[in-house]
Design a protein around this ligand. Structure first.
Ligand code: FCB
Length: 457
């Protein structure tokens, strides 16, 4: 494969713009039952026959729990300003309620302090899906009690390390938790009920709003927000059927989350579609959900094309396609960011995840992933374009630092800019990582230049 010219530079971004890489606890940590960690719904889901494409699990993953210091050094080498990671709730509070696990809290505190020592800002996510199994036994996100347990969890993390964090994200991608986890059943906890999914999504949003209120009430010093997975939803044709279906899908994916977060209501068309499956609300819920945020993150991978006739075959568009079967469509990121900014009173935005899975090969200790570099470069350009159109953007984070456990796809799909050999746990910088690092360390005043200058004296 020929190396695509990566023309992107950071020159069109403000100096304060935050460049980062992202991971999540279950996907990299391993150490599934080490040092007092309790089981999560993903530990359980991996045991269900047929749930994970390669029948793998998160027992070892990237062994980050034991290799975290080397991994932080790796992050430092990339020249990033920020590292987005998540806390495993059952590692710090094994049953989801009751006793806290000091060893688990210490682990994340060491990560935070280790990042700060290297000059990297910690962006912490509370819920990147690994809910304690004990809470699932009582209904998980369909149980209103989970909302209050989540608020306690948020308070505990903030009390312990909030003074050193750049931000706390409550939830990563509540749509994925609700729809893939409770409606389609292809992600943990593997439930297939539209009503359960609707109730779960409401409780996720409610717990977000109540957590923000509780953290502010305890004097939290960090910035608070949520991360949504969003896409522009396009109609496959001009037909009235396709357009109506696309509008409904836009409601289910985007307006179902953005409307309550910013306007205090659920969209009427989606409520009508849900009918008797609509969630049960209590007085005050919608006010809590629209509690103002300090920032918001969006994870963007591709557009959604909707046809009333059934699933859209991405191959027919003629666009490049990633190993996940997703179209490479950077224009959609600009379109989405501009739409969020135009339709809603959003706080400053981050792209908290963006990247691609491609079939990588290690050759003589190198990985020539030109397609991934090209993907990232084009999406960074799309962010710059959104900013030119007036969107307040504060940062961009690549998914992912490392190849890791890609949920129901197991280890077969590789999103890392750093390759992981799962047999040896050896990390190898792919060309995309080398390119990203070269771009970031070349910025005027980058910390690596200070080190170089000191060494030269
Ligand atoms: C997002 C998830 C992240 C990763 C990417 C590819 O939906 O937040 O954990 O799996 O997709």
């Amino acid at each position: 494969m020929t190396q695509a010219p990566a023309i992107t530079t950071t020159a069109s971004f403000p100096e304060k713009f935050v460049w980062g890489v992202a991971t999540s606890s279950f996907q990299i940590e391993g150490a599934a039952d080490v040092d007092g960690k309790g089981p999560s719904i993903w530990d359980d889901f991996c045991k269900q026959p047929g749930a994970i494409a390669d029948a793998s699990d998160g027992v070892t993953a990237c062994d980050h729990y034991h290799r975290w210091q080397d991994d932080l050094d790796l992050i430092d080498r990339l020249g990033v300003d920020a590292y987005r990671f998540s806390v495993s709730w059952p590692r710090v509070r094994p049953g989801g309620s009751g006793a806290w696990n000091e060893k688990g809290l210490d682990f994340y505190e060491r990560i935070v302090d280790g990042l700060l020592a290297r000059g990297i800002k910690p962006y912490l996510t509370l819920n990147h899906w690994d809910l304690p199994s004990e809470l699932q036994a009582k209904g998980g996100w369909t149980d209103r009690d989970t909302v209050h347990r989540f608020v306690e969890y948020a308070q505990g993390i903030d009390q312990r390390m909030g003074d050193r964090l750049a931000s706390i994200t409550t939830h990563n991608e509540p749509w994925v938790v609700a729809v893939l986890g409770y409606e389609q059943g292809i992600f943990a906890p593997g439930i297939k009920s539209r009503a359960a999914a609707a109730q779960a999504s409401h409780h996720l949003l409610l717990s977000h709003g109540l957590a923000l209120q509780a953290l502010r009430a305890q004097g939290s010093k960090t910035r608070l927000g949520i991360v949504l997975n969003l896409s522009p939803v396009q109609s496959a044709t001009d037909s009235a059927e396709d357009q109506a279906q696309a509008h409904l899908e836009d409601g289910k994916l985007l307006r179902w989350y953005m409307d309550p977060l910013f306007q205090g209501s659920y969209p009427a068309d989606v409520l009508a579609y849900l009918g008797a499956d609509a969630p049960q609300l209590q007085a005050g819920d919608l006010d809590a959900i629209r509690t103002p945020m300090d920032f918001m993150g969006v994870n963007y991978y591709s557009r959604a094309v909707i046809s009333a006739k059934g699933p859209w075959d991405a191959k027919q568009s003629g666009l490049p396609i990633t190993d996940m079967g997703w179209e490479v469509y950077p224009e959609g990121l600009t379109e989405l960011l501009v739409r969020m900014h135009t339709d809603y009173p959003v706080p400053p935005l981050y792209v908290t995840e963006n990247g691609g899975a491609f079939k990588d090969a290690v050759q003589d200790g190198q990985v020539h992933d030109a397609d991934r570099t090209d993907y990232i470069a084009r999406h960074i350009e799309a962010v710059a374009e959104a900013m030119r159109q007036g969107v307040r953007m504060e940062g961009y984070m690549v998914w992912s630092l490392l190849d890791n456990f890609e949920w129901a796809s197991g280890y077969a799909k590789r999103f890392g800019i750093v390759h992981v050999d799962y047999a040896t746990q050896k990390r190898t910088l792919k060309d995309s990582a080398i390119w990203y690092a070269a771009m970031l360390t070349a910025r005027p005043g980058h910390r690596s230049q200070k080190v170089a200058a000191i060494n030269a004296i």
